[in-house]
Design a protein around this ligand. Structure first.
Ligand code: ZN
Length: 254
């Protein structure tokens, strides 16, 4: 049974690799000519950067796309999809040096997928995205509509791509616990845990505007709060000043 499950998991990757050989090899590190227009039109975070930072952002996404393999499963992945995936990866780490060494492959699906087929750390909401473990280590699975939806509206507090990449940041220290030890100075760990737990209590009481999925665990809380932090920072700062201040430290926002 386990062998069959592993086979089901790697089948799309094998199909992709075989299929790719028949076509001229495309260099994913090369962005399409209109990539600046696409980023300006679809990525609010990029749009509000100054010219020097835009260039820095572009270099980061190029670097990301040259290291991560993207596999389309029962769907097509176009240039915009790749740019949005890379933007989801770079937005949380834009202010510091970070390489997603714990990620080699991203599988993009047409819709939701059955989490039972995969070995994952945790079941995600409607399974729009997940980060693999075990046989699926170093893999991320994302629903294409969910990826696109995260960038559809300015000030959106939901962004599945950012959510999954924040899990990778959290997991980098070996524990999916909502505490990114490599990013958060030790002196802020206790306040961070305190404010996280206070907010989770408020969420359970119905007194918070943070996505209720965050009550699942501290790891999920950190992921949904990050979606909000990057999607609507001003609103997040107004409604959650303590969390905002600590997340500025986590994400090295000046
Ligand atoms: Zn999650």
């Amino acid at each position: 049974m386990k062998g069959l499950i592993i086979f089901i998991i790697i089948l799309p990757v094998l199909i992709f690799l075989i299929f790719r050989k028949r076509k001229p090899k495309a260099d994913t590190s090369i962005l399409p000519q209109n990539f600046r227009d696409l980023l300006n039109a679809h990525v609010a975070f990029y749009r509000q950067l100054n010219d020097a930072d835009k260039l820095r952002f572009e270099n980061r996404i190029k670097e990301f796309l040259s290291h991560v393999r993207i596999h389309a499963v029962h769907t097509e992945v176009d240039e915009l999809d790749k740019l949005l995936l890379a933007s989801s990866a770079i937005i949380p780490v834009f202010n510091f040096d970070w390489h997603y060494y714990n990620l080699t492959d991203v599988l993009i699906y047409a819709g939701t997928f059955n989490s039972e087929e995969f070995s994952v750390t945790a079941k995600e909401r409607n399974v729009l995205g997940m980060v693999g473990s075990g046989a699926m280590q170093r893999m991320m699975i994302l629903s294409k509509p969910a990826l696109l939806q995260g960038f559809e509206n300015e000030n959106s507090v939901n962004n599945t791509g950012i959510h999954e990449f924040v899990h990778l940041l959290d997991n980098a220290d070996g524990a999916a616990d909502g505490i990114p030890e490599q990013l958060l100075n030790k002196q802020y760990t206790i306040p961070w845990i305190k404010y996280m737990n206070e907010e989770i209590t408020k969420m359970k009481e119905g007194n918070s505007d943070i996505n209720i999925y965050g009550v699942t665990s501290q790891a999920e809380f950190f992921a949904v709060a990050s979606e909000y932090f990057f999607g609507a920072p001003e609103l997040f700062q107004r409604n959650h000043p303590e969390l905002f201040g600590l997340m500025e430290k986590i994400f090295h926002v000046q």
